[in-house]
Design a protein around this ligand. Structure first.
Ligand SMILES: [Zn+2]
Ligand SMILES: [Zn+2]
Length: 100
């Protein structure tokens, strides 16, 4: 399973952690839980994000919410992602497909 990679968003700061990137790049998504660069996104009734320190932990969380549903309005729109902090650069236009 290949993760979506997140690099660009409309911002001039260089984020040092996945959590600060996520809070900036996904401001309307709640809640942002955990820390790390591996991301599990739910695009269901409630958009939510959890952050994980390893791919294995993120995949486990993805499988858990696939099995148990992420919330009351779950439509199984779940996505595995990776925040590429090293390649995240300020002053570059975001690609909407990578931040939306
Ligand atoms: Zn930012
Ligand atoms: Zn869901």
């Amino acid at each position: 399973m290949s993760p979506q990679r997140y690099r660009w968003h409309r911002c001039r700061s260089r984020h040092l952690s996945g959590a600060s990137f996520a809070q900036c790049a996904f401001p309307n998504w709640i809640p942002i839980r955990g820390n790390g660069q591996w991301v599990v996104l739910s695009r269901c009734l409630i958009s939510s994000i959890s952050l994980h320190g390893s791919k294995a932990a993120a995949v486990a969380e993805l499988q858990r919410i696939d099995a148990e549903k992420c919330d009351m309005g779950c439509s199984l729109q779940h996505e595995l992602g990776f925040i590429d902090l090293l390649q995240a650069q300020p002053d570059i236009s975001p690609r909407p497909s990578e931040v939306a």
